[in-house]
Write a protein that binds this ligand. Structure first.
Ligand SMILES: Cc1ncc(COP(=O)(O)O)c(C=O)c1O
Length: 381
């Protein structure tokens, strides 16, 4: 095994793909401190700047004493009134009968998919779905078919050819894709789900808080929550906190409480975190203006980059700028760092070979002046 580890590290280093952990402190206002220098953060998932919202900080402070840790899993003594209240709030926001909190989005995807699907079942998964979805599918033992990204003809053909050979069938998609910032064609997926009698799971990690009248996500925007059997999302992105959830029927919730191993065998989130999540939901529900503004600013930024000849994509607050070659992308990110911007280059294996990119995320902390300045600076490279 030691030999394999050594070989892995050497290969990654030779290809310029070895990842390292850098010490970074987040500062209020969408900035980070690293190596004694401040940078403007263009790699943050704190899309609405809620991670330092006074109501969230207050919710944490007011519940931090006298006990911080939850001391046990939810099925032992970790299921407080706050956990139940948060689940009710999520169910309401997502227009579902019930919800269940998970310790992270990774826990949720891995646990839920592997609890719902098994041998004899089949899963149709978008090719660009997140690693946590991929890992959940692997763990489930179900047969997997990956459809080309957002390609409904391909999904339809796969369903027609394969669906009847299996027992249970699950289609899985993100609603806003994490690395491409584009959106799933939800209405078409639902049409196929109904035609072929499947279940549908949607990952709203990057949509919750940003889309939807009350911040309920892209499914809420398209009135599609009712047709989506498992609506998954996280608190660690636009909601500025930590943890995750699924919004589901009462029966699926009860099933997961009894069968989902990442839920059962893990210590419950502490109450201060849960209360921060409740405060975050309250903020997004009451304040639609910041998300409307955020999406308009992101569209402006994307168009300005395109005007300057960059391959800027997406249809959300995430603006990927595809460079292609991994080494070129790393050099461009290093230049931007010298200019005072924190931009993490995204390379294979996180994205497909030949599509290395800067994943720029616009947040409520970036005003138009700053976005303009960024476009000027990147254009000088
Ligand atoms: C689409 C998607 N799903 C799930 C996750 C995992 O969420 P968490 O960070 O809460 O584990 C992420 C995180 O990057 C994500 O982008």
């Amino acid at each position: 095994m030691e030999e394999r580890i050594k070989q892995f590290l050497e290969e990654r280093a030779r290809a310029g793909l070895l990842r390292e952990l850098t010490e970074v402190e987040s500062l209020p206002g969408g900035r980070v401190l690293a190596g004694g220098r401040e940078y403007i953060n263009f790699s943050s998932n704190d899309y609405l700047g809620l991670s330092c919202h006074p109501d969230i900080i207050k919710a944490v402070r007011e519940t931090a004493a006298p006990v911080f840790g939850s001391q046990a899993s939810r099925l032992m003594t970790g299921s407080t009134a706050s956990h139940h209240r948060l689940e009710e709030e999520i169910a309401r926001l997502k227009n579902k009968r019930a919800a269940l909190i998970f310790n992270s989005g990774y826990h949720a995807n891995v646990g839920v998919i592997s609890a719902l699907c098994g041998k004899g079942d089949v899963i149709f998964s978008d090719r660009l779905n997140h690693a946590s979805i991929v890992d959940g599918i692997k763990l489930s033992g179900a047969r997997l078919f990956r459809f080309r990204h957002n390609d409904m003809d391909h999904l339809g053909r796969l369903l027609s050819r394969e669906r009847a050979k299996y027992n249970g069938t699950l289609i899985i998609t993100e609603t806003v894709f994490s690395m491409d910032g584009d959106r799933a064609p939800i209405a078409d997926i639902i049409r196929l789900k109904k035609k072929h009698n499947c279940m549908l799971m949607a990952d709203e990690a990057h949509a919750t808080g940003v889309f939807g009248k009350s911040g309920g996500g892209l499914l809420a925007d398209e009135d599609a929550g009712g047709d989506t059997d498992i609506v998954m999302g996280t608190f660690g992105k636009a909601l500025g906190s930590f943890g995750a959830y699924v919004a589901v029927s009462k029966a699926i919730r009860d099933y997961l409480v009894n069968a989902c191993r990442s839920f059962i065998y893990s210590t419950a989130l502490p109450v201060p975190v849960i209360n921060a999540n409740i405060a975050a939901l309250d903020i997004v529900r009451r304040n639609p203006a910041p998300r409307t503004r955020l999406l308009a600013e992101a569209e402006y930024f994307r168009n300005r980059l395109k005007d300057r000849g960059f391959r800027a994509g997406g249809r959300s607050q995430i603006v990927p700028v595809t460079i292609g070659d991994a080494a070129d992308t790393i050099r461009l990110a290093a230049y931007l760092k010298r200019m005072g911007y924190w931009v993490t280059p995204v390379r294979p294996p996180t994205v497909p070979e030949g599509t290395a990119r800067l994943r720029l995320s616009v947040t409520s902390n970036h005003g138009r002046d700053l976005l303009d300045k960024f476009v000027e600076d990147i254009s000088k490279y």
